[in-house]
Ligand binder design. Structure first.
Ligand code: SF4
Ligand code: SF4
Ligand code: SF4
Ligand code: FES
Length: 934
């Protein structure tokens, strides 16, 4: 296996049909209008020398290396900035061109350190390559004159260096930061000889707005911007194509290795979700996989107060099997259950739910999607008939208005965030509904038309008011509704009622009625308007209602079923979509088919050779309640730190403490394993072989770059537990598991590892009706037939501000950290976010005497923790915000048991709290002084 090198065509592809015919060095090629001569040449196999051009950036024309001759044109134009014209005749190789190019290269090399043999980029440097390509043999100018060779290196970023002495001022980094990433952290300062790359206002990379996405490092043709891992480990020698294991964007990467060691992760240009871009997590934060904290051997203990005892796999698995059977013998078949993980592959998740249903003999299986996107599943199923987003990411390139509700894409889905920013720079309009002024509200070259700072807990009032405006101002797409939808008349009556008007709900949502009306007119009047949403929608007591409310709005305005429109959940973890697809919920078999459906159940019963229980099993919160009641005594938890991530920590730990057997499978010992009796080591994404399904329903391959460091795949362990409980369950490899998924699940019928290896990725449904997959859903009709309007009464949450707890706490994540931080806290990403901070409006801080950086007590009616304050203008008055990445903060100590009425998704986004400075601890001196007074 060798290094995968994608072809660089020099300039981006232009859309449209190939209609322009040009002749290049005697070869005729047809390309779309607007294509550069350089790209046309590359498409017929002719590589023109270049330095400042690369095909993910617009041409710049600064290096003058790509000169060509064109019949009928004077001089030698730059091929990167010259578009083709019908009948054009181009020559790329003449003695005069060769001389000109050598002259250009000579100037570059005369101001460049000649340390190629010891340079980390040796063998991967375009400057070095071009010197060879143009045949440079000597440099006439010495190094005595003015040069840049003494410029310093900026090593402030934890992952890459900027060695200014090697910079050729080609501006690729500056353009990558703007055009690809959309951060605009870099500029070229000065002119002519004085030109140099500057981060921010001339400080260091870490002091600038840089978000460490690495696009500049990837774009740099020299070793000026260089990954430190390459400096330390040497140039990689081979690559394996795989998928990022962090967020629901599902970026494709080339894992580049030297031996068995990952040197760097390079985003893959043909990856359909990311098209060669990445964020700091996927590109740089992979070191946790080899972190010394990894537990690689199984461990067992009788009581949670006993020390762990490392054992062989056989003993650990036998112990789990016999203890689970023993619990069932004493407490009944329903006394045990399992939780699957949205971080694991589809294949790993599938076998967990199969183990629970077939070997445990009940439906007590749930997944961590319970606590994030379960309302998406419910809401979109009720309205559209399927539990998934409607579009592919690319669709946003056609959107004229983007409505983002309760999502923060530049932090939580950064690569898609960059795509949104690009579309906004092209002229699309943005509406943001979020209590906080998230970065997208205002950032370089991006300004939202409307920011609707909705009060936490009032989303449904907001969406109803938007629909009210659509209906009462004549903005309904009547033709679409009549042709495609049902139950409209009743919904129209409901939503037209005066209590849903923007004026009536202004005091509830906090959004001025005129602003809400203007935002709605913008959305409803667009040619194409799309809705993107996140956990700020779902993690509420009315999460499912809100999802249906958004689905109603999109249907009423005809914004469903084509490019540029839709309703799209931005999934948090890498495989939230997949873990739901794979039948992880207690009421659904794979493919979202209800467990009570005799025909569907029959399919699995025949294949699995077991009679399945027709009643839904316990959800995660029901398992906890049952444990405290003494009826649920054994739990298998895969890849989820429920003590840190689930709400109301005290309740969770009380439930775990009440169980006879808690089995944790994870990479690291975590907060939950403190309550475990068996620890089974898990595998990192670098060791897995399988698939992840991203937020756009795209099934991506996850390929192993090394064997499991624990000696076993996770699916093997699950199969062996099932066998230890007397249920035969065996696969030769994970491809065979996907074959079983395809055999039993109609939306996956056309999926196999072989197909994915051939085509890269597919979006489900992928079957005979859609062999290439389905980028856009509901094109000619909804999955359920007609789209159904649902009544969405606004019911205020029970969680209200009180005199004792007057502020509302809402939680979320930040760019550099991920979920409970188990992975990212074990990487250099802690340079950006070493602790959870409480963001607070200056007014709320001032009235409490709190200053920036103070440590405060954060208390709710269920618990209390402490953390430091960050005063932030982007917070509205009365709302505080924090992340949950660090166990030391344990912010879920304060979140409550409130949850979505339909799915039990916790109401993480609304907790009434008080924030106060801790009472000063008396010093010994003051203590004795007060004692003497007494
Ligand atoms: S790492 Fe990304 S954000 Fe930082 S300067 Fe480079 S391109 Fe810009
Ligand atoms: S740092 Fe690299 S990409 Fe940026 S201007 Fe210098 S050589 Fe070009
Ligand atoms: S955007 Fe998400 S999937 Fe892509 S590299 Fe970042 S964390 Fe990974
Ligand atoms: S590659 Fe065309 S001018 Fe640099």
């Amino acid at each position: 296996m060798s290094l995968i090198k994608e072809q660089d065509y020099g300039t981006p592809a232009r859309p449209g049909e190939a209609t322009v015919s040009v002749e290049i060095d005697g070869t005729t090629v047809l390309v779309p209008e607007g294509t550069s001569v350089m790209r046309a040449a590359a498409e017929c196999g002719i590589d023109i020398p270049k330095l400042c051009a690369t095909d993910n950036l617009e041409p710049f024309g600064s290096c003058r290396l790509c000169l060509v001759d064109i019949d009928g044109r004077r001089g030698s134009p730059a091929s990167c900035t010259t578009p083709v014209a019908e009948g054009m005749k181009v020559r790329t190789q003449t003695p005069e061109l060769a001389e000109l190019r050598r002259g250009v290269m000579e100037l570059y090399i005369s101001d460049h350190p000649l340390d190629c043999l010891t340079c980390p980029a040796n063998g991967d440097c375009e400057l070095q390559d071009m010197a060879g390509v143009v045949g440079l043999r000597q440099v006439r100018y010495g190094f005595d004159g003015e040069n840049h060779l003494d410029l310093p290196t900026d090593s402030t970023n934890p992952y890459f260096d900027f060695d200014a002495s090697k910079c050729i001022a080609c501006s690729r980094c500056v353009r990558a930061c703007g055009e690809v990433q959309g951060t605009f952290a870099l500029t070229i300062e000065g002119r002519g000889f004085e030109s140099k790359v500057a981060a921010g206002a001339g400080g260091t990379f870490m002091e600038s707005d840089c978000v460490s996405c690495g696009a500049c490092v990837q774009a740099c043709p020299t070793s000026t911007l260089q990954e430190r891992s390459v400096v330390e480990l040497g140039m990689p020698a081979r690559s394996v194509l795989t998928t990022c294991a962090y967020c629901g964007v599902g970026c494709s990467f080339k894992a580049e290795l030297r031996g068995d060691e990952v040197v760097r992760m390079v985003p893959y240009k043909d990856g359909k979700a990311n098209e060669g871009h990445s964020c700091v997590k996927g590109r740089f934060a992979f070191g946790y996989a080899s972190h010394p904290d990894r537990q690689l051997k199984p461990m067992v203990r009788e009581r949670i107060t006993d020390p762990w005892r490392e054992v062989e796999w056989e003993e650990a698995i036998g112990h789990v099997g016999s203890r689970m059977l023993d619990i069932q013998a004493r407490h009944g078949a329903g006394a045990i259950g399992g939780i699957s993980s949205s971080r694991c592959t589809n294949e790993e998740v599938y076998v967990v739910q199969k183990m629970v249903r077939a070997a445990f003999g009940n439906n007590n299986v749930d997944t961590c999607a319970r606590v994030c996107h379960s309302p998406t599943g419910y809401g979109l199923k009720q309205t559209y008939g399927t539990s998934a987003g409607t579009q592919d990411f690319k669709s946003v390139d056609e959107a004229d208005v983007i409505l983002i509700i309760g999502a923060n894409p530049t932090d939580a889905h950064p690569v898609f965030g960059s795509r949104i920013k690009r579309r906004l720079r092209q002229g699309a309009k943005l509406i943001v509904a979020d209590p906080r002024k998230i970065d997208l509200v205002r950032s370089p070259h991006v300004q939202a038309e409307h920011h609707l700072p909705v009060r936490p807990g009032t989303n449904v009032a907001l969406i109803n008011a938007m629909s009210h405006v659509v209906v009462t101002e004549g903005l309904v797409d009547r033709e679409f509704v009549a042709e495609r939808c049902e139950d409209f008349a009743e919904w129209e009556r409901f939503i037209s009622a005066p209590e849903h008007s923007p004026e009536a709900v202004e005091s509830i949502t906090g959004i001025p009625a005129a602003e809400l009306r203007a935002a709605t007119r913008l959305y409803a009047g667009a040619r194409n308007a799309t809705i993107m949403y996140g956990l700020g929608v779902t993690e509420h007591s009315q999460g499912s209602t809100m999802v249906m409310g958004m689905a109603n709005l999109a249907m009423a305005t005809g914004n469903i079923g084509r490019n540029g429109v839709g309703v799209n959940p931005l999934r948090g973890q890498n495989n939230v979509q997949g873990s739901c697809d794979m039948g992880s919920f207690p009421h659904e078999l794979p493919g979202y088919r209800h467990i009570s459906d005799d025909v569907v159940r029959g399919t699995f019963e025949t294949l699995w050779g077991r009679v399945l229980h027709p009643e839904p099993g316990l959800r995660i919160p029901n398992m906890f309640d049952a444990a405290i009641d003494g009826t649920f005594m054994g739990l298998f938890v895969q890849g989820e730190d429920i003590v840190q991530s689930d709400p109301n920590t005290k309740h969770v730990t009380a439930a775990l403490s009440a169980m006879d057997l808690v089995v944790v499978q994870d990479l690291f010992l975590n907060e939950t394993s403190k309550y475990a009796h068996v620890f089974l080591p898990g595998t990192s994404f670098l060791e897995k072989n399988g698939t992840f399904t991203n937020a756009e329903r795209r099934i991506n391959r996850v390929r192993p770059v090394m064997a499991p460091r624990t000696g076993k795949h996770e699916w093997e362990i699950v199969c062996e537990i099932a066998q230890a409980m007397g249920y035969p369950m065996k696969y030769d490899d994970s491809a065979q598991i996907m074959d079983e998924i395809a055999m039993t699940t109609p939306t996956f019928a056309g999926v196999s590892f072989t197909k994915l290896d051939q085509v890269g990725s597919v979006q489900w449904p992928c079957n005979d009706a859609a062999p290439e997959g389905t980028p856009i859903m509901h094109i000619d009709g909804f999955v359920r037939g007609r789209g159904r309007f649902m009544l969405t009464d606004y019911v205020p949450t029970q969680e209200r501000g009180t005199r004792k707890f007057p502020l509302i706490l809402t939680t979320g994540r930040i760019l550099s950290q991920y979920n409970v931080g188990a992975q990212t806290r074990r990487t250099g990403n802690t340079a950006w976010h070493p602790e959870d901070l409480l963001e607070m409006h200056p007014h709320d801080a001032e009235v409490r005497g709190i200053r920036d950086g103070d440590t405060v007590a954060l208390a709710s009616r269920v618990g209390e923790t402490s953390l430091r304050v960050k005063i932030a203008e982007r917070m509205p008055v009365g709302v505080v915000y924090t992340t949950f990445h660090h166990p030391v903060t344990g912010v879920n100590v304060v979140t409550t048991e409130n949850s979505d009425w339909a799915t039990n998704c916790p109401e993480y986004k609304v907790t009434a709290v008080q924030v106060s400075l801790p009472h000063p601890t008396p010093t010994p001196a003051s203590a004795s002084a007060s004692a003497s007074v007494t």
